[in-house]
Every structure is written in C-alpha cells, then in structure tokens.
Ligand binder design. Structure first.
Ligand code: K7E
Ligand code: CUA
Length: 761
C-alpha cells in the first residue's frame, strides 16, 4: 500500500510538473484529495521516497530487542533490508541450523545451557578515531550477559562472548575511540560466583562491574584472555559511554538503586521500586580504563572465573575509579562529540545535568572529594563538576548530538516528546511530539566525534493507535524526523514487528563495503577456507561404519548428490558448497523431518549433521527460487532398515522413452542453442568485461555449457547404440544445462542493458 501510494505521489508530482492534462485523472491534487493528504504529508513523502533501484544515504542497525536479532534498514526510506540472526536461531540464513553457525551460538551458552533468545539492547558500530569505520557491529544481551560481534563485510554474527561474572548486563555495547575495547557493564547485582548466596549478604557478596572486552581489529574477534573487569559495588549499573578526545581514556557508567535496597514483598518488605528510588541521588561511576588496562598488564588483576578482575580496593588505591552523585534514577549517559562534557539523563528528574570533564579532572587532580561510599570509593561533589542543568520535561532518557555546535536532542519518555537544546548555554530550542513514549533516539552518527545531524529516529515504546491493529501485541514505532531545519519535522512512521528495539546506530552507506560472494569453499563463521569444500565434479560420498558423509555442491538447478543412501541409525553429515559466482544466487537446502534448513550463499560451504534414526524416504530440495528449474532442484535421502535386501530392480523406476521422444528432445535442444547463441552474441558484442557481475555470470554460464556438452556426448553415444531410454534422458539433461546457461545469460544481458553497456568494435 505504502509503495503504491508513493508511486502515485511521484507520478502525481511528475504530472504536475509537466502539466500534462492527458493524465488528469492522476494529478497530485486528485491523489492528495482522494487520500486526504496535506501539503506537509506530500513533502514528507518526497523526502523519504526512494525510487526503484535507489539507495539510502544511511544504513541503520537496530537492536531487535527480545528477538535477539539485529535489523537493518535504510534512512530516509525506512525500508527494512535484513534481519541478522545474533543470539537467536534464524532459519532464512540457516543461522543455528548449519554446524558452522551452531558453533557461534554455542559460544553463548550459559552454564552449559543453550540460550535461544537474547534481550538485545545496544548496537555499537566499530570506530576509528571516534568515527564509524563501517567494519564491525557489536550488540549486548541484557538477560544473559553476552556481547556479539557482527562482521559488516557479510552482515553475519561471528562471535558471542559470555560474561563469566555477571547475571545480567545492560550498559553495553559501547566502544572506545579506536575500538580497543567493547564496554559491557552489569545491571542487577549478583554474586560473581555461580553459587547460592543469600540476599542477606547483598552488600558483601553481590557485585556489579564494568567489563572491557579487548577487540582485535585485524582478526575481528574479541579476546577474552586480554579483557578485564573493574569490580563495582552492588549498585545497579545502567548505561555507559566511552570518552572522546580529551576524555577518551575514561568511561562513564550510570547507576540506579545505589540504596542497595533489596525488595521482597513476600518477606513483608516494601518493593524494589520504592526502596530503589528513596535517595535523591545515585552515582555516575567513572573509570580510567587506559590505566586499568596497564594495571592488568602489571599483574594487578585477580583471576575470577577466567576473567581478569581489578578489585575495588585496587582501583581505589590506584586512583582509577571515582563516583559523582547524579539526580536519582538516571538512565542514559552521553559524552558530547568533543568529549568535553557528559550529559546525564535523569529518568525521575525533569532536568538533564551536564558535567564538565575539565572540572572532573580538576577534582581528581586536587583530590577534592566530598566523601567516600561504603566501599571506600571517593565521591566528587556534583556542584564541583556541574556545567549546567537544563529543565527539559518529564522523563529524560537518552541524548544524541547534532552536527551543529552544542546542539543536542533528548528523549522525554513520560512527555512523549523530543527536545532540541543547547548544552553549552543550557537552553531549550525546540520540541516535537512523538507517538508514543520514546526510549532511545538516534541522530546520524550522533554518538561519534563527528555527527551528521540531518535525521533523527525516535524509538518509541508504544504505537497505540498508529497502525492497523494486529491484536493485543502491537509493533513498536520508529519515527523518522527531519532535523535539518529550524523546526523538527516528523517524516515517517515505521512499525517494527520484531521486538523492542532499544537502540539503533546509523552508518553512512558509503562507509560500508559488503561482499557479494565468498571465496569458493568458504566457512563464513570462521572466515577461513572450509575443510569440507568441494569443487565442481569432485563431489563424493564417503560411507564408513555408522556414518555417511557427503561432500556435495549446489549450482543452478542441481544438488549434487541427488541420492544419498544411509542405513537406519547412521550419522549423516552433509557438506554443501555453493559453486555459483553470480550475485544473489543463493541456494537453500531443506529436508523432510530432520530440522535441516541451510542457506548457501555463493561460495559458501555449510554442514548439517543428524542421526538418521528412522528408516524412510526423506526428500530434500532447494528453498530459494533460483532459476526456472528451481523446483527440480531436489533429491532423496533414503534410509534403509538395518539388513535391508533389495527386491525391486532399478530399471522399474520412472517412464520408458522411445526414439520419437529422443528426436523431439534433440530438436528442442537445437532450438534452445539458437537462443543461447544469440544471447552470447549480444553479450560478447558489448563491453561486458567492464561489469564484474556479468563477468561472473559468463563464467557460470560457461560452466553450464561445458556440462551441456558432456551430457550431449552421452546422449549421442546412447543414441548410436539405439539405447533410446538413456539417449532421451541424457538429451534432457543436456537441455537442463542449456536452460541454466540461457537463464544466466539472459540475466546478464538484462543487466548490461540496464547498466548502459556499449558495443565494442
Ligand atoms: Cu533506555 Cu536498554 Cu538503552 Cu531501552 S535502554 S530505552
Ligand atoms: Cu537452488 Cu532453488
């Protein structure tokens, strides 16, 4: 509907411009009237509409909330491009179905248990010098303290690390200026040990912390052995942010419930929510992570559950940990692009508080503290570091920044508004209503040293009356807002039907360099050649006692092998390599009754493994409509009962062919060859070498034509012996290869025509 509406609008605009009265029944005015659109609506449509084949300026990577996935969409079109399976199996991508990706999910086990979801909150894009470099994406799971690494070269999850200390983790993922570390802070205090510790020992045995996961940029992997945690009191750590510029060696983490209140109405105690917001202030926890890393290198950390831990005692003695009071129950903490200020959003306060990093350092250097907390951590007085406080409205949650100097945007959850304000001068500039209850907000590059401004996305918790009702569970609503002018303008509502998307980051599209195929025989999860890769014509089945191992391939429109035989109780292992080079020629592989669903992108090798524990017939097939003969891309796993003796001879299967059928097939093949020759003639008459996708297609088509030649030779040989049965079958196979070649060739031809190829002399 949306698309149609937009087409109509564009047609309308074009018509209005050209003033063609011949198209009078489709003028912009008429469409506007029929659909009840205002001028403002049409302007908003024109600002977001992206014509077919058009590209977006930004790609947004949104947390998929409880779905444990990441979703990718374009800005300003708000078109969804992809879901990336992260903490959760995702069948389309075969994620959690092939052995390679199962190994990634297995890294996320908690105490040996598979966790099949994640509560994904904060994606973070990798940075170089404080700006997105478009290489990696990280995201946390709050419920099962984990961080995942996604490679933006192929948009796949490569690694999951599980925090061995925490029982929940909210303040991640945030990266330091050069992605040296990925920050993850705890949330609900719990003992570091896996043992039972009574709540009565909360103050002494329960702990929080901030973990700094070391990231190896060359390998694209987190190195747990080089990571460390700074132990913190059992305050509920909330969001974090890494410093920038002058503050780049520090990180900042909010907290709530510094009362250390333990609820339990079951025990006659007032509930958590009452006791956790009793005090007027909580603490900002600031950590000198650069110095902390040096302490770890100097052997001053203690190994707990395999993690390097800097105990609070050490952190205090070494002067790397400080507290600053902040208005009670704060939420987001956001460092300004120049790194000079830290914005604290007070959930239960109508103000945002802006702290000066310079003042923080002055207090640290002068050792000017107003006291210590119960764990001996020095407390810096709020009035000593406050730059300004600005009254924005009810429920400020998160802040992001504009390209314009000193301009920030803060989400107001309770007010359902977004405030634009000046954090240098401390004044409100503009407000816009959103629908409804905004959590995070995001401006383009809004958490980097170099924000672009332009657009803002409001990530709303409630959608209430915005969309067609779909039952009691509503989608979430991402609202796109134009922030380029003096007044913020709402442009678009995008329902998100996946989970609560807490945070999103938008990377300029030209910073991303995604691949279109893998090197042939690639294990995408380890980023290495697969030990199980197969080349064309080298497919094989190895049968050993109790095991059938297949080294197969897929290429339009054929799965090799077409028949796999096993005996009841055998372990069946199937490795499949997609031999395609052509763009977007993914094959799938699904099998009856075995929970097998693979996605094999061009070049990829994947493996499925299962026990054929019941005798029977198990058809398998390709699940991507990859060519005209996609439906024929099929085969059978035959699982025989133990000790099975054949009673039917092979020859009885299928139809019987005559000479007439052989002749008819050959005539068809000659005609088909005519079509192929004309397509080849066109392609080779053009400068097709200048178009890499076409070059890849030509290679694929040439393969198919070579296979056709082999099949033709077999057909000829059978016919020469008067064996019309095999003659007709091989003639048909010859035609199958021709059809594939023609299909690939026609796509290449269309590509050349669309991309303006030129004849070569
Ligand atoms: Cu505010 Cu998890 Cu960042 Cu949700 S958090 S909104
Ligand atoms: Cu391959 Cu359908």
């Amino acid at each position: 509907m949306k698309l149609k509406r937009r087409w109509a609008l564009t047609l309308g605009i074009a018509t209005a411009l050209l003033n063609h009265s011949a198209m009078a029944n489709n003028t912009l005015e008429e469409v506007m009237q029929a659909r009840g659109l205002t001028q403002k609506d049409v302007l908003a449509a024109a600002k977001t509409y992206t014509p077919t084949g058009g590209r977006d300026e930004y790609l947004a990577f949104s947390s998929g909330g409880q779905s444990g996935q990441v979703l990718v969409y374009g800005i300003p079109s708000m078109r969804i491009l992809k879901y990336i399976g992260v903490f959760t199996p995702e069948p389309w991508q075969g994620y959690g179905f092939d052995e390679e990706s199962k190994a990634v999910l297995a890294q996320g086990r908690v105490n040996g248990k598979d966790i099949n979801y994640g509560d994904a909150h904060h994606p973070a894009a990798s940075e170089t010098a404080g700006d997105y470099d478009g290489k990696y994406l990280f995201i946390n799971d709050k419920a099962n303290p984990r961080i995942a690494v996604i490679d933006l070269h192929d948009f796949e999850t490569k690694q999951i690390v599980t925090n061995p200390l925490y029982k929940s983790a909210h303040g991640g993922a945030f990266v330091t200026e050069n992605t040296e570390y990925v920050i993850e802070s705890a949330q609900y205090a719990a003992p570091y040990s896996k043992d039972y510790v009574p709540l009565e020992e909360f103050n002494d045995q329960y702990r929080g912390g901030v973990t700094y996961w070391k990231f190896n940029k060359e390998k694209g992997r987190i190195e747990p052995e080089n990571s460390f945690t700074v132990e913190l009191p059992p305050y509920s750590q909330d969001l974090s942010d890494a410093g920038k510029g002058p503050s780049s060696e520090w990180s900042f983490t909010n907290s709530f419930c510094t009362e250390r209140y333990v609820g339990g109405i079951e025990r006659g105690r007032p509930p958590f929510e009452a006791g956790c917001s009793a005090k007027d202030t909580d603490f900002l926890q600031m950590i000198h992570w650069k110095k902390a890393a040096e302490l770890v290198a100097a052997g001053k950390a203690k190994n707990i559950n395999g993690m390097n831990v800097i105990l609070m005692e050490t952190a205090v003695a070494e002067g790397i940990l400080f507290l600053v009071p902040e208005p009670k129950s704060p939420h987001g903490v956001d460092v300004t692009p120049d790194g000079s200020k830290i914005v604290i959003n007070g959930k239960l306060d109508t103000h945002v508080s802006v702290y000066s990093f310079e003042k923080l350092m002055a207090a640290v250097d002068a050792k000017k503290f107003e006291g210590k907390d119960a764990y001996g951590i020095p407390i810096i007085a709020m009035q000593d570091v406050l730059h300004t406080q600005v009254e924005l409205g009810l429920g400020p949650l998160h802040t992001q920044f504009d390209a314009k100097q000193c301009v920030a945007y803060t989400s107001l959850y309770v007010d359902s508004t977004i405030a634009r304000w000046n954090y240098c001068e401390g004044k409100v500039l503009d407000k816009i209503s959103i629908h409804y209850n905004v959590g995070h907000l995001m401006t383009m590059g809004g958490d980097t040293v170099n924000p672009d401004g332009k657009y803002l996305v409001s990530l709303n918790k409630l959608a209430i009356d915005r969309f067609n009702p779909v039952g009691p569970l509503h989608p979430q609503n991402h609202q796109l807002i134009d922030i380029s002018g003096d007044k913020m303008e709402l442009l678009y509502d995008m329902p998100v039907p996946l989970g609560e998307p807490h945070y999103v980051v938008a990377i300029k599209a030209d910073k991303l360099k995604p691949a279109i195929r893998y090197q042939s025989g690639w294990n995408s999860r380890t980023n290495q050649p697969s030990a199980f890769k197969t080349r064309a014509g080298r497919e094989k089945i190895e049968v050993t006692e109790g095991k059938v191992e297949v080294f197969g391939s897929t290429i339009r429109s054929h799965i090799t092998p077409e028949i796999i035989e096993a005996t009841e109780g055998d372990e069946v292992i199937i490795h499949l390599t997609n031999l395609e080079r052509a763009q977007d020629e993914t094959h799938g592989f699904a099998m009856y009754g075995q929970n097998v669903q693979l996605s094999i992108e061009p070049g990829k090798t994947v493996t499925t493994r299962f026990i054929a524990d019941k005798a029977g017939v198990y058809p398998y097939y390709c699940t991507e409509f990859c060519s005209a003969l996609h439906l024929e891309m099929q085969g059978y796993l035959l699982v025989k009962p133990k000790g099975y003796q054949a009673t039917v001879s092979e020859g009885k299967a299928g139809a019987v062919y005559t000479k007439a059928e052989y002749d008819k097939q050959v005539a068809t093949n000659i005609e088909t060859q005519g079509v192929i020759d004309s397509v080849v003639g066109f392609i080779t008459s053009q400068n097709y070498q200048d178009f890499p996708p076409v070059v890849a297609s030509v290679e694929d088509a040439t393969d198919q034509l070579n296979f056709a030649k082999e099949a033709k030779a077999k057909a000829d040989a059978a016919a020469a012996k008067g064996d019309w049965q095999n003659g007709a079958l091989w003639a048909n196979q010859w035609w199958q290869y021709q059809v594939k070649a023609a299909d690939i060739g026609l796509r290449a031809k269309a590509y050349l025509q669309e991309h303006g190829s030129k004849p070569v002399k």
